[in-house]
Design a protein around this ligand. Structure first.
Ligand SMILES: *[C@@H]1O[C@H](CO)[C@@H](O)[C@H](O)[C@H]1NC(C)=O
Ligand SMILES: *[C@@H]1O[C@H](CO)[C@@H](O)[C@H](O)[C@H]1NC(C)=O
Ligand SMILES: *[C@@H]1O[C@H](CO)[C@@H](O)[C@H](O)[C@H]1NC(C)=O
Ligand SMILES: *[C@@H]1O[C@H](CO)[C@@H](O)[C@H](O)[C@H]1NC(C)=O
Ligand SMILES: [Zn+2]
Length: 695
């Protein structure tokens, strides 16, 4: 949802402002959790769970961090309290006047509940007041009758809990109302197992995509694969549940927040609990694994992505905002820690400028309307000691001792399929990261960026032997799935797999493999799967929509993979990377017999099952009432597949599925089994003994 809007605008029209998801799309069905309990108790009935007054706050008193939150010992966080007085609508109460005399206390274990300011040894925060409005349901939205809510609020900043155990936070308001939050402070392992952490995210990557990628890139004889994906060969496999705080379908901002902070958050929120105030920088902040690694261990941090580098998955390492669309401020926060917008109190920590920042998104660095304060942000990074590189040639040539900013294109970086199979598509993009209007032809892939990042981090940790932390993201698995461009999505997935293989080989070469925890996972899924083969020649020759569908080979007619796999046929000299597994990519992407794949949630579109040779797909356009969404120039020989989404959504959307977690190295055995996305933060913290003896 929000994510689709973002990936759509950022992949196709980088100059357009990033739109904030509309309220209707922002609130997906979430009929569960505390709200259900509230209904059973009959208090403060919330009428429609898809349009929430404030996610994570079913009653009129809100405590963030909310009930069921786990903290790492010493992890920094803010508290936000809100007392709501709806002026009208189904919850109208208290004459629209919020209780300004609310009290808040914290109880440690079985002790007494102490006033929070006293408990944390901070000044009693000032009372804040604002008004917001929201729609209670689709009928209210159609009728344009928002519910208005007056708010009294407080925020406590930069706190930590340094003793492990259970805590209860209690907000008392309107006389006898109370909101209780149970918190657990977890003690990490005492002994550090991993020196380095290499964390890979295949954005939107599900097991069905990994299966499809294996099908087209690895040779099978009589039903048995002759080579495997690198992910298939990892030592430990688990899977994680991705639901968010207040919706069961996540976007990449709140799922990355869960992975990096160990806290469930809301759609579009980066390392904050979304509050109801208009300022998107005053929400309750949370310390991330990267910030903790910096603050407690003092080691170097790497951020690598094939997306524009202010996109949610990289941003969640270091940025804190309720609105992932605030790209300029996000870039500013990479460099200068938390930014003060609209007078917001600053955050006491940060990434202090990640040592490696590699990706796209030059529009946020070139002086202009989408750079921080309109300034030249390449210069701002240089002024803080960074080397700046704009293409792969420069990247490979640069030394490893200084911090490096590598921005290789405007918007999202080119896709593997276009770089390797259809390089003509890199031309006429006018997307040079220097802003000189030329094309960004010499872009590195995820593999080149990741290997170089390892070298820089390895060099920069040497002095104090701190080890390093890196996140490397294959962003366009997700972006290409959104536009139903399955071939490009699988190309990105195969590139991720190739990158993992190359990283393992490289770590062995530099003697760090045994010291490095490698985790590979996704942030959420898309409802994609393969259900047969497609005879693209027969399909294209038919004129009748329904007759075209007989080109699909089901069960015994699916046959074998039509893709050719030939070791050594790619234009590369890098034998260390390909090893004994062959090149791990198909050498021919447009065979007559392709795979037939589909989506669990899609816009109206046409399907041919043939690769788009001219660049990423644009399957549909946002339609107005009555029209269908089919983009007439996309796969014109295909048959129409009617969509399942609202007609203003021209892309596929994320889905509910759990996603896989693969792990190797010290601490990896903890990643077995089924767990929550937030647990990944605690498992990594354990491997690093993060917070043990550092608080
Ligand atoms: C609540 O009041 C506002 C402002 O007076 C009005 O615009 C809105 O339609 C009202 N909403 C409802 C649900 O009555
Ligand atoms: C700053 O405050 C104004 C007025 O409340 C609000 O409209 C704007 O969205 C805020 N800016 C951000 C980035 O939150
Ligand atoms: C790489 O970027 C530098 C600096 O902008 C430029 O001088 C050089 O020609 C570029 N190299 C290639 C191969 O594009
Ligand atoms: C798609 O749906 C429309 C109605 O919305 C219908 O007229 C049309 O026949 C459907 N097309 C196909 C191929 O099912
Ligand atoms: Zn997405």
């Amino acid at each position: 949802m929000g994510d689709c809007l973002f990936s759509f605008y950022s992949s196709l029209a980088p100059a357009l402002p990033l739109l904030y998801p509309s309220p209707s799309r922002q609130h997906i069905l979430a009929m569960w959790g505390p709200a259900v309990i509230t209904l059973l108790l009959g208090a403060n009935v919330v009428s429609a769970q898809t349009f929430k007054r404030l996610g994570g706050c079913p009653t009129l008193g809100c405590v963030f961090p909310p009930d069921q939150t786990d903290f790492l010992v010493g992890q920094l966080f803010d508290i936000r309290l809100e007392v709501h007085a709806p002026v009208n609508g189904s919850e109208a109460a208290h004459g629209g006047v919020p209780d300004e005399k609310f009290t808040f206390c914290i109880q440690s274990g079985k002790g007494a509940c102490k006033n929070a300011a006293e408990f944390f040894g901070v000044k009693e925060p000032a009372l804040e007041k604002w008004t917001f409005s929201y729609f209670e349901d689709l009928f209210a939205q159609d009728a344009k009758t928002p519910t208005v809510v007056n708010v009294a609020a407080k925020a406590y900043r930069g706190l930590k809990l340094t003793t492990p155990g259970t805590y209860q936070a209690r907000l008392s308001y309107y006389g006898n109302s109370q909101t209780v939050a149970n918190w657990v402070v977890r003690q990490p392992a005492k002994k550090r197992q991993a020196k380095n952490v290499l964390f890979f995210i295949g954005d939107g990557m599900t097991q069905s995509m990994i299966t499809a990628a294996r099908l087209i890139a690895h040779k099978s004889i009589n039903g048995r694969y002759q080579s495997l994906m690198q992910m298939d060969q990892m030592d430990y496999l688990g899977h994680q549940m991705t639901h968010s705080l207040d919706s069961f379908i996540t976007d990449s901002a709140n799922s990355a927040t869960a992975l990096y902070t160990g806290k469930k958050a809301s759609v579009s929120a980066l390392n904050v609990y979304a509050d109801s105030s208009p300022n998107s920088f005053d929400d309750a902040k949370l310390e991330t694994i990267a910030e903790l690694f910096r603050r407690l261990i003092g080691g170097p941090i790497g951020m690598v992505s094939t997306a524009y580098i202010a996109d949610a998955t990289p941003a969640a390492l270091c940025a804190h905002t309720r609105d992932r669309g605030q790209s300029p401020q996000i870039i500013q926060e990479y460099l200068n820690n938390a930014v003060s917008v609209n007078g917001t109190i600053s955050w006491p920590t940060g990434c202090d400028g990640p040592d490696v920042v590699f990706g796209g998104g030059a529009e946020n660095f070139i002086a202009g309307p989408t750079s921080p304060g309109g300034a030249d942000y390449y210069k701002a990074f240089q002024a803080k000691g960074y080397d700046v590189v704009y293409n792969n040639t420069q990247l490979q040539a640069i030394g490893n001792d200084k911090k490096v900013l590598g921005i290789f294109s405007k918007s999202n970086m080119a896709k593997w399929v276009d770089r390797h199979v259809f390089p003509e598509n890199l031309k006429n993009q006018k997307n040079s990261p220097t802003g000189d209007g030329t094309d960004a032809i010499d872009q590195p892939g995820l593999k080149e960026m990741t290997i170089k990042a390892i070298d820089v981090l390895q060099e920069r940790q040497k002095k104090k032997n701190t080890g390093w932390f890196m996140m490397s993201e294959a962003a366009s698995i997700d972006k290409m799935m959104h536009v139903l461009d399955y071939d490009r999505a699988l190309g990105e997935l195969l590139e991720l797999d190739d990158t993992i293989r190359a990283s393992i080989a490289h770590l062995k070469k530099i003697g760090e493999y045994e010291n490095t925890l490698i985790v590979v996972t996704a942030d959420h899924g898309h409802g994609f799967d393969v259900f047969g083969s497609a005879d693209t020649k027969y399909l294209a020759a038919q004129t009748d929509d329904r007759k075209k569908r007989s080109a699909i080979g089901m069960y015994e007619s699916s046959g074998l993979s039509g893709y050719t796999v030939a070791p050594g046929s790619l234009p590369t000299n890098d034998t260390a990377v390909f090893g004994t597994e062959g090149p791990n990519f198909p050498v021919q992407w447009n065979p007559r017999y392709t795979y037939a794949a589909g989506f669990g949630a899609n816009p109206d579109h046409r399907e041919t099952y043939a690769i788009n040779t001219k660049g990423p797909r644009l399957p549909a356009t946002a339609a107005t009432a009555g029209d269908n969404q089919v983009n007439p120039v996309d796969q014109p020989n295909g048959f129409i597949v009617n969509g399942t989404l609202p007609i203003d959504e021209p892309q596929g959307v994320h889905s509910l599925t759990d996603v896989s977690v693969f792990a190797n190295g010290p601490g990896a055995e903890a990643f077995r089994g089924v767990y929550n996305n937030i647990d990944i933060f605690f498992k990594i913290a354990d491997a690093l003994a993060l917070g043990s003896g550092h608080v």
